[in-house]
Ligand binder design. Sequence first.
Ligand code: PNS
Length: 164
Amino acid sequence: MPECRVAIYPGSFDPITNGHLDLIARASKQFDKLVVAALRHDSKPPAFTLEERLTMVAEAVAPFPNVSVDSFDGLLVDFAREKGAKLILRGIRAVSDYEYELQMALMNRKLAPELETVFMLPSETYSYLSSRLVKEVARHGGDVDALVPPRVAERLRAMAPETL
Ligand code: PNS
């Protein structure tokens, strides 16, 4: 039997956007299993708690039966090994993403040569979209309905602007 192709899609997902979701929809067709993995702690505190971020991801990926949600702390490569994944998925929106992604992919390769980073392109419709900008728009009362899944837009509207 051919080996099950498990990919990890790591990120902050603070919050998940339609760009992330577009990539997840594409990747769900390419891999047997996709694990969307939210980083628990980062140097900068997230606007949404881990539980909120995981709930929003879980709601958004519900239509994809081979996509699951998890969280990790520490090194991504350790988490990937723990999950038996050989692939790390990252999205590249524009050339400006490339340098950071290259650095991360090569560092991960140094740490775990058996893992491969795979890059996919989200739809050009979302090439300008980032969680940071979504929060900025929401903070100033702008319309985020076209940028994030409906439940995320609701949560953004419910947040105190100064926390975004
Ligand atoms: O959505 P983001 O913030 O661009 O995701 C960045 C993320 C979570 C993929 C990256 O910060 C990460 O993998 N952090 C875990 C720590 C780690 O493994 N660092 C070494 C690789 S450079």
